[in-house]
Design a protein around this ligand. Structure first.
Ligand SMILES: [Zn+2]
Ligand SMILES: [Zn+2]
Length: 225
């Protein structure tokens, strides 16, 4: 939605913060109170794998950016993003885009982690793409949405760890495009075990990509299993 449309829409449907539901200005994505309560880019998160509990030895991407821990207000934001409200995706996409630009990373394109057709039909947008769009815009690079696919399979977070590893087989390459020597920003909403990012990064490298930067709105803390 462009700015004018957002402004006009706000007259009829006043803009609300997706985290606390307070009214906010038409051009804001979350309220200043919630923004103040969120601590972005926690320092304990490993810059390479994107987890506080580093698992760098097993990853196929080269660097990771995660705005928040998946908890509290950030978790509410992600849940709202999956429930029809794109604001938190735009907000975190802006944060990631600016962070990546600040780090002087010159990527060639942004690729959102794909969702299955069935999930897409249900939600009518890919939440990873909402975030990815902003990263692409801020860094003035193309958004490539047709490189990878995801087949229908069980929802990731309902699976056990072993099943989840298996489930990554659901992803595949659907484009003949070659990414020789390209640097790609791979974008998802949450890094959970890292297996989704890992699988998609491996596929992009199969297509020739030289470096993959994983960018996510949030990363989970290790669950005591
Ligand atoms: Zn708020
Ligand atoms: Zn690490």
């Amino acid at each position: 939605m462009n700015k004018l449309c957002r402004f006009i829409a706000d007259i009829f449907f006043p803009n609300r913060c997706p985290l606390c539901l307070d009214f906010i200005r038409w051009d804001e994505f979350i309220c200043s109170h919630c923004e103040g309560a969120l601590k972005s880019f926690p320092e304990e998160i490993c810059p390479k794998c994107g987890k506080a509990e580093c698992f760098c030895d097993t990853i196929s991407y080269d660097r990771a950016f995660a705005c928040f821990y998946y908890e509290g207000k950030a978790k509410s934001g992600i849940l709202s993003l999956k429930d029809g409200h794109k604001e938190f995706g735009i907000y975190t996409g802006n944060l990631l885009g600016e962070r990546i630009a600040d780090c002087k990373i010159k990527a060639d394109a942004v690729v959102p982690v794909p969702m299955s057709r069935k999930s897409y039909r249900k939600r009518r947008y890919n939440q990873a793409e909402v975030i990815a769009e902003r990263i692409a815009e801020i860094n003035s690079i193309p958004l490539l949405t047709d490189l990878l696919y995801k087949n229908e399979s069980a929802v990731q977070h309902t699976l056990t760890k072993a099943e989840r590893l298996e489930n990554t087989a659901a992803f595949g390459i659907k484009s003949r495009l070659r990414l020789y020597d390209k640097k790609i920003i791979l974008c998802d909403d949450v890094i959970t075990t890292g297996s989704t990012m890992n699988r998609c990064a491996a596929l992009l490298k199969e297509m020739g990509a030289a470096e993959i930067y994983a960018a996510a709105a949030a990363t989970t803390k290790l669950k005591k299993e």
